[in-house]
Design a protein around this ligand. Sequence first.
Ligand SMILES: Nc1ncnc2c1ncn2[C@@H]1O[C@H](COP(=O)(O)OP(=O)(O)OP(=O)(O)O)[C@@H](O)[C@H]1O
Ligand SMILES: [Mg+2]
Length: 223
Amino acid sequence: METLRAEKVSYSYQTKYQKVDAVREVSCIFEHKKMYAIIGESGSGKSTFLSLLAGLDVPDAGTIYVQGQSLKEMDRDAYRLNQASVVYQSFHLFPLLNALENVMLPLEFKGMKKKDAKRAAQELLHKVGLTEKIYRQFPKMMSGGEQQRVAIARAVAAGGEVILADEPTGNLDSENEEKIVELLKNLAHEDGYTVIVITHNPSVAEAADHVFRMKDGAMEAVR
Ligand SMILES: Nc1ncnc2c1ncn2[C@@H]1O[C@H](COP(=O)(O)OP(=O)(O)OP(=O)(O)O)[C@@H](O)[C@H]1O
Ligand SMILES: [Mg+2]
């Protein structure tokens, strides 16, 4: 089942001195229950394309379809809130909230009662392999791998069917990297998410069902 589709999507940055065509007529389809890797050299347009898929930026040309509906015709804020979650290399956890509160936040934001949000957050932390020990810890007291797992739990708490991850293992050692890759793969294969991961890491790309490569803003299917 198709979750996301890009059709001839282009995006340029206009700076004071130049125009950079970061994404050029990219077309591709992402299906549910699948994990995708996007590889490519630095500056090839990967993060820009991800931000278009996430609804954080709007294509200059072309269309992104979410389950067949043009993102242009949808409420982008609702799409970001309810359907697409982004996970970053540097985790972006709220430093003044502990692990449990970080995961509870999107749940409460959506109107869940505190008690229910707490229970759901505990389940999610359990799901990403974290124990009770972590609940009260603040991000700066956690390891990189733990922070990334909390960030993924929070992305899942935010709901939706699409998880977009920009270099999610970029700051991790190989042992933690393996755990995160396993986690993302399970979210796709077992829980039905569409997982799209930008990576420089061959072993992360190896784990994906399909691989795309970006080059100078254009995209090609590798496998
Ligand atoms: N805010 C911006 N203003 C102007 N140009 C930008 C901006 N952000 C990115 N670019 C340019 O757009 C192109 C694509 O950048 P992008 O960040 O998408 O690449 P990337 O593939 O994610 O690279 P990396 O692997 O280094 O993260 C690059 O040439 C970059 O310099
Ligand atoms: Mg990038």
